[in-house]
Design a protein. Sequence first.
Length: 691
Amino acid sequence: MDEYADLEIQLYRKDDVTYGIWPALTLPRSDADARLDGDGAGFVAHIDPDALRDLDPTEYGRALGKGLLGGGFGAAFRQAVQTASSNGVRLRVRLVVDPAPEAAALHGVRWETLRDPDDDRTLLTDENVLFSRFLGSRDWRPVRPRSRGDLRALVVVASPTDVGEYAPQGRGALAPLDVEEEVERARTALGGMAVTVLPGEATPTAAHVVAELRRGYDIVYLVCHGYLQHHEPVLLLVDDDGAGAPMLGSDLVQQLGELSRTPGLVFLASCRSAGEGEDARSDDAGVLAALGPRLAAAGVPAVVAMQGDVTMATAGTFASAFFRSLDSDGLVDRACAVGRAAVRDRYDWWVPTLFMRLRSGRMWYDSGGPQGLFEKWPSVVRDIEDEKCTPIIGPGISDLLLGSRQEVARAWANRYRFPMAPHNRESLPQVAQYLAINQSRSFPRSELEQHVRRTVIERFGDEIPELLRTGRPPIEDVLAAGWHALRDRGAIEPYSVLADLTAPVYITTQPTRLLANALEAAGKQPEVELCRWNDDIDWPESVYEREPAYRPTVQRPLVYHLLGLLEVPESLVLTEDDYFDYLIGVTQNRELVPRHVRGALTRTALMFVGFRLDEWDFRVLYRSVMNYEGKSANDHTHVAVQVDPEEGSTSDPARARAYLEGYFRDGARVSLYWGSTERFVKELHDQWGSR
């Protein structure tokens, strides 16, 4: 039951109450859609949201079921359920609403109440039928599942001191929230996940909420009053003095869309506003649910909201069951089905709803290997002990400090109107090539320095000395200040972990001196050397020119920069043309690479860290490394870090994972660690530190 059949139901508006239905069924291990309408003409549904509005949930579900399933589509839907069951898999149902404004009323339909007109049973309380309102987005940022151990949650509870002065039209004065009770309810629901709370870390003002979101959270659990103002959802947060501070839903959506990484899940919880005991309930009429489609369009992968007033008993039971299920397998839509099943006997069971743009439904994965275990740690540690491990460090090692290369590429593509296909907007070589042609050959290099400088100052603010935040101090001084600020936060910092290894040679594609700084902080005396891939560059003096007999040691290691340094702009390998010139240079003249580096590549275990293994830059680097003489004599096992294939980049993540594992098995003994660079570095720190 770990595989899913996928039923996509697309609704297109024909007139006020008539909608066309285009269903497509995809079975697991198949890339082909199976049309369910036979002649390809589609089906027709008759749905009048205004006529449904005043019906009780049971009658609402019956009327909705008759309108959607009463015609030919009913038989097609049952066929899909039976086909999934006969294949031994669950059915994932994704309802896709016409994006045209005229069809917006369908977002307010209570689809969760749907009943089968043949036998009157509810269809969406079955844990084997996973339902979501599937929403597209113009946001091209990839959705990457996170390692289970890395998940972080932000809980926001806002209860203004003057809340009683707010009386939305058609409702009485808003009631104050019991902040401690709401925080405890959130902590209970989120289980053992790492949780940050506002209030606690700071007052839940709009500015503090957005500032916290920039720190990167996977789940946002929001409890606050909501109401409509001129048909616009409004969140009632607080100001610095604790008084009410309304925030337009559109402002929240915009600011979330501007984050470098949006939360994976926004859980819009309902707050107690009326009644006691079992009758305690919310009374916002599901206003916050109106934010669901907007948040998804802004790039949030999944949004859970209450589409009407809900009792606290139902909300609490649903939330607990939802997060327990999410913790067990990482599937958002299954968690919603489990939560809904847990409250199916309550009259308001239909209120929780899911808006989603995740085709796989996954929020997290197990890092390491199968079942979260990476079996090669003893071998990795032994090679490090024997000084037979060579780290090869990629761009992802500095994501915590500088953001990813994909973020740099997206920022440049937006700023300079990159005209190529959207999926190329994350390729830094392609975007840099465009800038080199559209502006000048030197422009991408100077722009990279400016971007790095700006990013460090924005991310660390007052933690950077004022002298380095003004003017144009040396870029390496700014980077060093950001690195020290990151270390001072107490997090496990990748460069420091790598510097603690007993490695005579480090090979890096990072264009900064941060690794050398970390080695110096560890009491070592590193030598920095550049790959001299271009004869037209005035290269700085080489350690081998200054000291021909130099031999790398653990105490005096060699840091070899393959793709240049920011402080030597001409050395940077940045554009597509640069990569071609680099490959031609190192292929035609292998003596460009010092013999100690060649020896490390051919006679030690290689640890690839901070690369995306499905990108061409890594593949080219990997193949060039594996083609050095003597590789057949290398009896070490190499390790590469690979984040799980991301949402949207593969049609079948499990098969993509198997493909990559096969690719690296064929080339050499490369064991893949499935997980983020941060997770790998943390485990490396634990394994090496406990030797």
